[in-house]
Design a protein around this ligand. Structure first.
Ligand code: ADP
Ligand code: ZN
Ligand code: ZN
Length: 727
């Protein structure tokens, strides 16, 4: 009697088939086994799944269904027997094609994590499961796979890199580590920049590795490329003891072969430490004991396409599921995590995270003095106030380094005709193209449309077209003129460099440029937020932030939170070397038209708690997250009417259930950038004070959305974003 086997594959999501498919096999297969199965005319990689849930009542595959893809439906045959859950006995099921031999099945915990993520973020489990596996598992043929498996795991490879002296913990570190050891967590490590958070992660990891000879540790960082030093620190700490292969990385710039190798090392338990970006939250780690989420506030933990999961939030879930401890660390926690870690008051119980604080910097390294420049008192169109320039000159002459932060790459945002008012709009998007002087192009940062700069105004022929506003590229140029007379201590002219998405497009460029800054070859570094994150620049004593005001009055309620954390991070780059600080106290300069704004007041005091308290009060009054829960539905269509029409019809369809569950459905509105690459985009906000009610609503409403599709042929795609980061 052949066995009926449930297999999770990545079916084209809009087919509405998101659950496991049924196949037959002569042998029983443990759930978690990787197999290849036929579907239509193709063969797909699949994961043997747990007994299929009983079929849902018809019309309601809500919790497993999903849409949003451009894939053609042609490869699916609607009556393919595999699509049946619990096929009637008479029906001829197709057989599993092959099993990927030699792999331990994926654990029940892993499958549960996938199932949860799929359900929570309204996607299919097959999509989430298969996206979490290295592509080579899918792409290698049976023969290639057999050859791959024959490669013998090497014996422990000795580590040849530098070892480091392990510092004695500071009092604050010791206290935090003691609290960590004796409590369950999850923990929010609220530690200033330079307070030694990384050292806490290293020590906590070390203790785990020693306590349990199998223990595995997952360390997540926002972007690995920005902090190559971190991987080095982990290697230098652990490889001497556990071998050069005890740590593997997981991020999107690995080659498919590397990704498979690292994934197998984690899956087999050989790799004791996985260091990765958000995707690593799905790493198969059979003995996971500790999860660290560094810079937990960073928006890059939220996936922005497909299943829009938050790796930070999934880390908390995974920790609970697997009994692994979780530490979230930040100098400027997300307001969500700050709120969840609130201490108990007389009237209210404590939040569900435990807050651990490290307010001091290690050694004598002082936090910078924040100086605000009132731009209202500066001559019109001033870019660098004279005071700031003087301070920069003085520091460069002394051999110190300076960071200039501006969140806008390119030369100038817009080219403008001074005669007729023509601006360099993108013909395909409702956005302006940005002037890039280096290659004299106008480039759209949304759709990528690039053209050479016109020699004359395309509308009126006027030759006098000039840049409006400033980007990093122009700033670099402008600064070079302003500081042309300044000499370094060795008598050489000043060196200015720029780091942003443009200057680092080539592989290895970012690492090379950062190394130059570390080596002291650069005096002034101009850049976007890329230069504010995590770097341990030792000679930086002055950080200047220009043009920050936009975020103070943004329509996105999270903009102030992001600005504050960016400025705190940037400030944290200054004064990291205590010896330097003794000679020359470090400073952070902020130029603003609203210097007395509470955000800058809090920044001046380096007072994140004050900032958080003020923001949380506002959020509570407005019932915004974390005091409510949100989801966004986005629709894309050839016309704005079609996109909004679909959303508003969906709103009508869900109105009754929403009423019952106290879920608010807002009217459809155009997205901030309404048109990208000639596609019109609209969105609709859904809000509720209960996460559970919101989840319940979304799960049922999905069926309505699917059902509506045929009546809205103009809609190209739509997708739900649960806990969206940008509204
Ligand atoms: P954070 O991650 O909070 O920014 P780090 O862990 O990078 O801080 O520590 C900042 C600096 O202080 C690093 O150069 C680190 O080597 C050093 N450091 C950390 N802990 C100690 C300690 N207990 N004793 C001496 N130096 C330390
Ligand atoms: Zn013109
Ligand atoms: Zn465009």
């Amino acid at each position: 009697m052949p066995h009926q086997i449930s297999v999770m594959v990545h079916t084209p999501a809009h087919s509405g088939i998101g659950g496991a498919l049924t196949y037959e096999s002569d042998a029983a297969h443990t759930p978690g086994t990787l197999v290849r199965v036929p579907l239509g005319s193709r063969e797909l990689l699949g994961v043997v799944w747990d007994e299929a849930e009983p079929p849902l009542p018809s019309g309601d595959h809500a919790s497993i269904a999903n849409t949003n893809t451009n894939e053609q439906p042609s490869l699916l045959m609607p009556d393919d027997p595999s699509l049946q859950n619990h096929a009637p006995v008479a029906m001829q099921l197709r057989a599993i094609a092959s099993v990927l031999e030699g792999l331990t099945p994926l654990s029940a915990h892993w499958r549960q994590l996938v199932q949860f993520a799929a359900h929570y973020y309204q996607r299919s489990a097959g999509e989430v499961a298969l996206a979490a596996l290295p592509s080579q598992l899918r792409d290698l043929s049976t023969e290639q796979w057999a050859r791959r498996l024959k490669r013998k795991p090497k014996a422990v490879v000795a580590y040849k890199g530098a070892t480091q002296t392990i510092p004695t913990p500071t009092d604050e570190q010791a206290q935090v580590l003691a609290d960590f050891a004796t409590n369950k967590g999850p923990f929010l490590l609220f530690g200033n920049t330079g307070s030694g958070k990384t050292e806490v992660y290293l020590r906590a990891a070390q203790a785990e590795l020693e306590r349990d000879p199998q223990a595995q540790i997952l360390v997540m960082v926002p972007e690995i490329n920005l902090t190559p030093q971190l991987e080095e620190r982990f290697r230098a700490r652990f490889c001497p003891q556990w071998g050069a292969d005890c740590l593997v990385s997981m991020h999107s710039s690995l080659t498919p072969a590397q990704r498979l190798k690292h994934w197998l090392a984690a899956h087999s338990g050989e790799a004791r430490i996985v260091l990765g970006t958000r995707m690593a939250v799905f790493a198969s780690m059979p003995h996971l004991q500790l999860i660290v989420v560094d810079e937990e506030h960073d928006p890059s933990y939220k996936q922005q396409e497909g299943a829009r999961y938050s790796a930070r939030d999934l880390a908390i879930y995974r920790g609970q599921l697997e009994g692994a401890k979780v530490i979230l660390g930040s100098a400027t926690p997300s307001l969500e995590s700050w709120h969840h870690s609130r201490p108990a008051t007389d009237t209210e119980p404590a939040g569900r995270y435990m807050r651990l604080a490290m307010p001091s910097r290690v050694g004598q390294g002082a936090l910078p003095l924040v100086r605000r420049v009132d731009m209202n008192r500066q001559p019109y169109k001033t870019v660098f106030s004279n005071h700031l320039l003087d301070a920069m000159r003085e520091r460069v002459t002394r051999g110190e380094q300076i960071l200039v932060l501006l969140n806008r790459r390119g030369y100038a945002p817009v080219l403008n005709c001074n005669d007729c008012g023509w601006k360099s709009e993108c013909p395909h998007c409702s956005a302006y193209r940005v002037f890039h002087k280096l290659d004299r192009t106008l480039r759209c940062h949304h759709c990528g449309f690039t053209q050479p700069v016109p020699r004359a105004c395309p509308t009126c022929g006027n030759l006098d077209i000039s840049p409006l506003g400033r980007g990093t590229e122009q700033l670099e140029e402008h600064l070079a003129e302003l500081l042309a007379d300044v000499r370094r201590p060795d008598g050489e002219p000043i060196r200015i460099a720029r780091i942003d998405a443009d200057s680092t497009r080539l592989k290895g460029e970012l690492e090379r440029q950062l190394a130059e800054v570390h080596a002291g070859a650069v005096d002034v570094l101009v850049g976007t937020q890329m230069i504010a994150k995590g770097h341990d620049f030792r000679r930086v004593t002055l950080v200047a932030a220009l043009n920050t005001d936009g975020a103070l009055f943004s329509s996105d309620f999270r903009a102030p939170e992001r600005l504050f954390s960016l400025l705190m991070q940037a400030a944290g780059r200054a004064g990291r070397d205590a010896n330097m600080s003794l000679v020359s106290p470090c400073e952070m300069w902020v130029q603003s038209h609203h210097p007395l704004h509470p955000l800058f007041e809090a920044l001046k005091q380096h007072d994140y708690p004050a900032f958080a308290e003020q923001q949380l009060k506002e959020r509570e009054q407005a019932t915004l997250p974390p005091f409510s829960f949100q989801a966004l539905v986005r629709a894309e269509a050839r016309s704005q009417e079609a996109a909004q029409g679909f959303l508003n019809a969906a709103r009508d369809a869900g109105a009754a259930l929403a009423d019952e569950l106290l879920v608010d459905l807002y009217p459809a509105v155009p997205m901030t950038i309404q048109r990208v690459a000639n596609i019109e985009r609209a969105q609709m906000l859904i809000e509720c004070t209960s996460r559970k009610a919101l989840q319940h609503f979304l799960a049922h409403w999905q069926a309505d959305l699917h059902a509506m599709r045929s009546a809205h042929r103009q809609v190209i795609r739509w997708a739900v974003d649960v806990d969206p980061l940008a509204i």
